[in-house]
Design a protein around this ligand. Structure first.
Ligand code: 5RP
Length: 230
């Protein structure tokens, strides 16, 4: 049965949830307004990107899009956006995506939806990577757990080496990777060092730490309107 107006599948929508959703929508629409005609666009994954897709589609910009997940691809196609396989494009003009956390330096934690591997591949291929968030995603310092995608081959050995990682109760990635989270919860004192260690750990396909050097702009939606940092 359909959920009554003002509620979602998980129950009534609180004022906080409604405010967060409005912030996501405002950030997504502001980012969509900057996309030029004919651009090659990387589409992220998640509930904030779900607001981006209709905002892009209604502008009729003749875009060539690449999606970071089957869910985004399906939603984009349903709205009439042209989605191409990433094998058809070797670079993008802009990639737009949400994040789970954004700190004051623009370190990101991504991968709440387990799509961080494709999201990172798409972000690095773009001339501009634009992050769209509601203001509750802003933190002073990013904290764990850190989402991981792990190779199935040798999984127990990789988990043992990682020591504090737990496999997430989630489907595999579209590329067959196992989604996991590296704890413990708590502030990450040195994100660059943790990123380097994860990148050098065999069996880790990708991790959800995105460095500030990758981020060109953060668009933040909140009760006071939309703010941008470049
Ligand atoms: C998916 C992601 C998402 O961008 C991140 O989880 C934010 O999601 P949402 O916009 O639903 O808050 O990294 O892997």
């Amino acid at each position: 049965s359909r959920a009554p107006a003002g509620s979602c599948d998980d129950g009534p929508v609180s004022a906080d949830q409604a405010e967060r959703e409005a912030g996501k929508r405002a950030a997504a629409r502001a980012a969509a307004a900057d996309v030029p005609h004919g651009a090659r666009v990387g589409l992220g994954t998640g509930s904030t990107v779900a607001h981006l897709l209709p905002a892009l589609a209604e502008r009729n910009l003749d875009l060539r899009c690449v999606a970071t997940s089957p869910a985004t691809e399906e939603a984009a196609l349903a709205l009439g956006l042209r989605v191409e396989p990433f094998s058809a494009l070797d670079r993008l003009d802009v990639a737009i995506d949400g994040a789970d956390q954004v700190d004051h330096e623009a370190w990101l934690v991504k991968g709440g939806g387990g799509a961080h591997t494709r999201e990172k591949v798409v972000a690095v291929a773009a001339a501009r990577f634009v992050v769209i968030v509601s203001d509750d995603k802003l933190v002073e310092r990013i904290s764990g757990p850190v989402p991981l995608e792990l190779l199935d081959f040798g999984l127990p050995a990789t988990l043992r080496r990682l020591a504090h990682a737990a496999v997430r109760d989630a489907p595999r990635s579209p590329d067959g990777g196992v989604i996991a989270d590296l704890g413990p919860a708590g502030t990450i004192a040195d994100p660059a060092a943790l990123s380097a260690w994860l990148a050098a750990t065999p069996g880790v396909v990708e991790h959800g730490l995105f460095p500030p050097a990758l981020v060109d702009e953060v668009v933040v939606g909140g009760p006071g309107g939309v703010r941008r940092w470049a």
